[in-house]
Design a protein around this ligand. Structure first.
Ligand code: GRF
Length: 206
């Protein structure tokens, strides 16, 4: 293959993506579903959980996606050792892009640096509003009129990287945390596959 054709083949190949989860994995499922389309520019090559019994692992397995567990508890307080194991796993599967999808571990600047511009996260709020946890309760308490979800590049500071895509919903007076969460989740499932597509096609970059 000439250098020119080699370059084109690489640009057109589906990007190898790992999804990192800690729980039920509904965003993971949305990404897996999108990637079933052969025209989608990313292949979900691996799902990794830091929680051995995360519900999402079974969902991934049922779709024939390789799954791995890197249990943070086995590393005690040694965050660097946990991340070395995670990194080794990602390298073993030749991963090119990482999607955090309800992954409940804070990652160090070292790890984030290794994936700069190649790691996305989804957050259930319109960042920079409501970083952190309990976003729906806080949105209701603050009497926010418009709430939503954000897909962003991961940077060392939590929930702070540049936005790739956002989706919004109106907050209704009768909304509870649960009803609002359900509407935002539906938005998450739409925007995460779109954002990953944009990154995998090189249409957005950090
Ligand atoms: C989602 O609300 C996501 O925005 C947040 O964690 C939740 C994960 O849900 N980061 P799921 O595991 O994808 O269903």
């Amino acid at each position: 293959m000439t250098a020119r054709w080699g370059w084109m083949a690489e640009a057109m190949a589906r990007k190898r993506v790992a999804i990192l989860i800690s729980g039920r994995g509904s965003n993971m499922a949305a990404l897996i579903e999108a990637a079933k389309d052969p025209a989608y520019p990313a292949d979900i090559s691996l799902v990794v959980s830091n929680v051995p019994d995360a519900g999402g692992l079974e969902v991934a397995k049922a779709s024939g996606i390789p799954t791995e567990v890197v249990d943070h508890k086995l590393f005690g307080t040694d965050r660097a050792a946990f991340e070395r194991a995670l990194q080794a796993m990602l390298e073993r599967y030749r991963i090119e892009i990482v999607c955090l999808a309800g992954f409940m571990r804070i990652l160090t600047a070292d790890f984030v640096g290794q994936w700069q511009g190649r790691m996305l996260n989804i957050h259930p709020a319109l960042l920079p509003q409501f970083k952190g946890l309990d976003t729906h309760r806080r949105a209701i308490e603050a009497k926010t009129k418009v709430h939503g979800a954000t897909v962003h590049f991961v940077v060392p500071e939590m929930d702070s990287g540049p936005t790739v895509l956002q989706g919004a919903v109106e907050v209704q007076p009768e909304d509870t945390e649960a009803t609002l969460a359900a509407r935002v989740l539906a938005i998450e499932h739409r925007i995460y596959p779109q954002a990953l597509k944009m990154l995998a096609e090189g249409r957005c970059r950090l």
